[in-house]
Structures are given as C-alpha cells and as structure tokens.
Design a protein around this ligand. Sequence first.
Ligand code: SF4
Length: 414
Amino acid sequence: APAPPPARHLFSDPAEIEALRGNLLAWYDKCKRDLPWRTLAATEPDADRRAYAVWVSEIMLQQTQVATVIDYYNRWMQKWPTLQALAQASLEEVNELWAGLGYYSRGKRLQEAARKVVSELDGRMPRMAEDLQKLLPGVGRYTAGAIASISYGQATGVVDGNVIRVLCRLRCIGADSSSPAVIDRLWDMANALVDRSRPGDFNQALMELGATVCVPKAPLCGECPVKQHCQARRRKLFGKPAPVPDVEDCGVGGCPLCPPATEPWDSSLGVTNFPRKAAKKQPRAARTATCVLERRGCHGALEYLIVQRPSSGLLAGLWEFPSLPLAQGLQEEKQREVLADHLQAWTGRPVAAGGLRLIGEVVHIFSHIHQTYVVYSLPLDGDVILDPALSPSRWVTEEEFHASAVSTAMKKVL
Ligand code: SF4
C-alpha cells in the first residue's frame, strides 16, 4: 500500500474539523443563493420527490452553468413534476425540452432511469448512495452522493469540480487533481469532513463556496468562511507551509499530493497554484457539410427539411439539416459534388452541385470536437416526396424548427 500522505494534506484534528463544519454551515445559512431545486428540496415533505428534484438538477448541472440550467429545470419540473410522469414521457419530448442544454445523453439516461425505478423498483428510489450509483443509469458517484445526502440525509461526501478546487487549496494538494490517486484522497477527505447532522447542507455549502468564493481565477479569500483552515492561503501569506509535525517530509520523498518537483509553487499565482491538472487533450478538428433545404409550404411560409440522427453516438436522436462529414482538405468543388449526391437520397431527385449556394461556415465546439459546419442552402420547387425507408425526416417552419429537438449548432446554422 502507498505510504499515507503527510499530515498537512489531511484533516486529522477533530477540533479543526468541527470548527470548519460550523463556520461553513453558518456562512451557507446566511449567504446561499436561492435556487429552485434548493427551495423544493427544503420544502418538499416527501423524500422521494425531493430526491427526484435534486436528481434532475444535478444531472442538468453537470457541464452546464447554473444560470442556464434554471429555466430548463423549471420547465422540466412543470412538465414532469414526478418520476412517474417522466417515466411516461417519450424520448422525443425529452430531447425537445433538452434542446440547447448540450450533452444530450444526460436527458435520455435520466428518463431511462426513471422508467427503471417505476418498472423494476416499484416506483421507489434507492436511498443509499451506493445503491443509487449501482442501480440508476447515468448516476455516478457524485450524483449518488448528492441525492443521498441532500434528500435522504445520508452522511456521505461529494466531490465535484468545485469541491476539488476548495479541498486542494485547503490542503495544498498540487498533484494532478484528475489522477485517481488524488481523487481517491479527496473522496476520503469529503467523507471525513461531511457534517453528520446536516450532510446535505454541508455538501451544498462546500460546492457553493467553490462556486461563489473559492472561484478558479480570483478567489475572494478575505471573505472566505474557512480561511483560517486554508493551507494555500497560509502559504501565500507566510511564504511557507504551515508548521505541522511532519511537514519536512513533504515533497522530499516524492509526496503523492504535492506539486511535481518540476513545477514547484509559483508565488505569482498564490492560492491558484492549486488545483493542478494534466494538460487537456486538444479537441479534434472535424468538418461537416450541411444543407438548408427550403421550400414554400402550403400556407406560403418557408419550410426547412430536417432529418433525425441515429439513436446512438454524438447528438443521438436529435434533428438536423441533412449533413455529411467531410474528408480533410476536400476542395469546395468536390464538397459540392458529395453533398449533392447525399441530398439526392433525401429529395428523391437529382441535385445539381452548381445549384447549391455556399452561405458560410459555423464553428461549434463540442467537448472533444472542434466542429466546422460548411453551410449550403438550396431552394426547392414543387412537391418533394420524402422516402420513409430513410431515417425519419420532416418539413418544419422556423417556429417548429426552434421547438424541435435540434442542437445549438443547428440553430446557429439556421
Ligand atoms: Fe479558497 Fe481562499 Fe478560502 Fe482558501 S481562503 S478556501 S483559497 S477562498
């Protein structure tokens, strides 16, 4: 087994832990933001309903800012106020409501999990974090801990991006914060710190601190309720680690939690020396030709053809303008030809490459793809028979387009 890290990286003094919990909770009671899921979790007497509300919010908040989530969350809860209601929804409805929020598999898995609770678990949510994680699709360790602590009062910690930042600073953890060794230590720490009588509030307080005070670039250390427990701040103010018994060992014998010897503390960064991450992989570049086919509908309004993507993979099940991935370095003339061939399948008639009008390019960054859409348009006359043997397709007005399950990238294209 690896040697335990030096004491400066841990919380081992019960009096300090107690003081930190008290300070953090008192600050949270006074300063927390009013958020709809918090209000619901605090006022809803039924624990399973609370759990559903927390679950929906936590899934939406993965990878998405609070300000963006609020509107989606409110509309979602209005449409499907209970797990049972969500279990009866269609995937199309879920995708429509989720449109624009990104990472679409989240909504799909939320709905699958709701169906599973209703059909296999007698409509009752698992109550312990371990069971939530084991039994519900899309529920990872963090979400399980959040639901179990906030809704069911289980004294279990949570570790998300905000908690990682706060804990790494509190304990000067400068090793790669995405490495399994560091993540394991942070979970141990979160489980040891969580307040036994108010676990849900404590976890939310730690995350709230990371979101509003201990922020990535310019943390507000002067206003921080746990500043007296913060090793990073002490180091910034006094220029050296806190005087704890075995601090001399730290860093000398290859401490698993200290910054690597090749990247020591940088005094110009202060507390933002922590956390540190291995360099992110650059997103891969991809180009896709997409064509806005338009016609005059029977009421004279312009209509656009949209087609449905496959039910797995990126943007699964969402609708888009007919699109075609392009090989790197393909010349414009060739692009037109391959796109014209592709469109022929949708329109059921020959499409002249020269008739395609190049509109411009739209760039959209997915988490791992730097996607450039090369946008063409093509007006069509007469009736176009859509082939039911192909993927589902339909004509929509602009208003219908915006109400459909289309990605933000396609809205930019339009
Ligand atoms: Fe973060 Fe500063 Fe508070 Fe330390 S004192 S936890 S760095 S805000």
